[in-house]
Design a protein around this ligand. Structure first.
Ligand code: FES
Length: 83
């Protein structure tokens, strides 16, 4: 099994669990206080980004209910750059 696992929830968050670190754009690491499983926001409406706070349900504004279903797929082969 991989050291970490990422799971996409339909119409919701991205779960990550296992051995991982999360850094901001400056390379600073978030202190997860020992958590080994967290939810990251995909909808853009969380007031606690990058973490999911449940806002994807559109409770305060139903028009903001997030719709996204992800299906696993195979990526195209990587192209090797030639110098
Ligand atoms: S995915 Fe949950 S608040 Fe954005």
């Amino acid at each position: 099994m991989a050291a970490s696992k990422v799971t996409f929830r339909d119409h919701g968050q991205m779960m990550i669990e296992g051995d991982f670190v999360i850094e901001d754009s400056k390379g600073n690491t978030f202190d997860l206080s020992g958590r080994t499983k967290i939810s990251l926001c995909r909808c853009g409406h969380s007031r606690n980004k990058p973490f999911c706070d449940g806002s994807h349900h559109g409770r305060s504004d139903p028009s903001e209910k997030f719709n996204s279903e992800i299906e696993a797929c195979k990526l195209p082969e990587m192209k090797v750059k030639k110098d």
